[in-house]
Ligand binder design. Structure first.
Ligand SMILES: [Zn+2]
Length: 475
């Protein structure tokens, strides 16, 4: 059934599940029907093995395409490899505003089935959860975007901007078949002003949503190698030029140093808002990060490095030495030794200047400091906190979660990086997750990945609401 006429945003927010007279007469039943449909699509998607490697997103891509086409929504498919397609669907607006892109990935990381209590592709419902690979990374987002598209269409929501959905392949390590390919070859199919994708989530503490994190910025990976040179020789005659000793001094120099704390719009808001909802002892540290007094900032930074390294990483470009190579025999002095640094640059960092600074810190002309080419995602512009998209997300979160919004900078990388590099304003959102779920081994990439069923449904409602607020024509 469809509405006889289209109604404005306000109408949809009050009867968001409206699908006709019957739905309006019995909103609870309409809501239950939406939840049931969400569950059906979600379970179907989780039950498809789309692990990468090897990467076989086709079943999920076909499923999404079929469901959309069945609803009369035009669908296009783009593929580098036939078994790894990207599906793009578009609902057309009146063109007053530039499009909104909904992005979700259909691939997942691998599984070790022996370690799973519930088989990883069972989508088993047990207690309050649904278990399976991809349940929180990222088939929840696929299901939410799919349901949003279906409901926009069914509810005849008048749109000021096109709403585009891309169910992309290759997010887990093969962006060349997914977002990189789409941005390079078919950007016109996904070009938009704003994007909603994975990368955020709401945090539940003792069953209550404490806050909702929205990812507005992310760090950029730039691998750097330190290569120490020396004279090869017999181990019985120690040489001052020994490259392993040089390398050890160089590693020491870069890890004893702390790159300067540089706050951004996102991290300022993050620590400020977090301080308002945290226990007093911790809240003080978050406030101190924002202090104008460098000594206060330094003390808070030192505390975070010890007690909460994720937050410390958000303060700066970070360096972690992760590989050391050098030497091959007990009695041979090698001529070279190498260390690989995982460098995560804060947005706006000047990569060349940073590399030169490492060179000065090391202060040894026999140690080369070079980019090693590992930089899987480009650097882009963080999303702002005063955009129409952020305002819409914030209001939708207030409506569905009654919780404050905390903008976040991801210390890892997402596919939004490719879109941010094109100037698109991207926001990472996600369902509410119990605070202890990740640490207990139920999070993304874990062996018992799961989602709370009620939070899957709430996420769909939030998602639809946010999209209607952002793309719907105001009444
Ligand atoms: Zn993911």
């Amino acid at each position: 059934m469809k509405l006889e006429r289209s109604v404005g945003v306000a109408g949809f927010l009050s009867v968001w599940v409206a699908q006709g007279a019957a739905a309006q007469a019995d909103p609870a039943a309409a809501r239950a029907a939406i939840d049931a449909e969400t569950l059906r699509h979600f379970q179907a998607l989780v039950r498809m093995d789309t692990t990468s490697p090897p990467g076989n997103e086709k079943p999920a891509a076909d499923y999404v395409a079929q469901v959309l086409a069945g609803e009369g929504i035009p669908v296009q498919t783009f593929a580098v490899e036939a078994h790894r397609p990207n599906v793009v669907a578009r609902l057309t607006g009146n063109g007053t505003k530039r499009p909104l892109l909904l992005m979700a990935h259909t691939d997942t990381v691998n599984v070790d089935p022996a370690k799973w209590q519930h088989p990883p592709f069972s989508a088993a419902r047990d207690g309050e959860h649904i278990y399976g690979r991809g349940t929180v990374d990222d088939k929840d987002s696929v299901a939410a975007a799919l349901m949003t598209m279906l409901m926009l269409k069914r509810n005849l929501v008048p749109l000021d901007r096109d709403v585009i959905f891309i169910a992309e392949a290759g997010e887990e390590g093969n962006t060349e078949v997914g977002i990189a390919f789409m941005v390079e070859q078919h950007y016109d199919a996904i070009d938009a002003e704003y994007c909603l994708a994975e990368g955020g989530n709401a945090t539940r503490v003792a069953g209550e949503v404490r806050y909702s994190g929205v990812q507005t910025a992310e760090k950029v990976i730039k691998g750097i190698d330190l290569i120490a040179h020396g004279v090869a020789g017999h181990g019985s005659v120690p040489l001052e030029s020994n490259p392993i000793a040089r390398l050890a001094r160089a590693i020491n120099a870069v890890t004893q140093w702390q790159p300067p704390v540089v706050l951004t719009e996102t991290t300022r808001a993050y620590f400020g808002r977090l301080s308002e909802i945290s226990e007093p002892a911790v809240a003080r540290r978050y406030r101190d990060v924002l202090s104008a007094d460098p000594a206060v900032v330094a003390a808070a930074d030192a505390w975070l490095r010890t007690n909460d390294p994720t937050k410390a990483s958000m303060l700066r470009t970070s360096i972690s030495p992760n590989i050391v190579q050098g030497g091959y025999r007990n009695n041979v002095i090698p001529s070279e030794a190498r260390a690989t640094l995982d460098v995560r640059m804060r947005p706006g960092e000047d990569a060349d200047a940073f590399r030169a600074q490492l060179e000065r810190l090391i202060g040894d002309p026999e140690v080369d400091v070079v980019f090693n080419g590992y930089s899987p995602r480009p650097s882009g512009v963080p999303a702002t906190l005063d955009s129409a998209a952020f305002v819409a997300i914030e209001r939708a979160i207030a409506t569905h979660y009654a919780a404050p919004v905390i903008p976040m900078m991801g210390t890892g990388a997402t596919d939004m990086a490719f879109l941010r590099a094109k100037g698109m304003q991207c926001y990472g959102v996600g369902p509410a997750v119990d605070e202890e779920d990740g640490p207990l081994g139920f999070g993304a990439h874990s062996d018992q990945e799961r989602i709370r069923e009620d939070e899957l449904y709430r996420f769909v409602r939030f998602h639809y609401d946010a999209v209607v607020r952002l793309a719907g024509t105001a009444p």
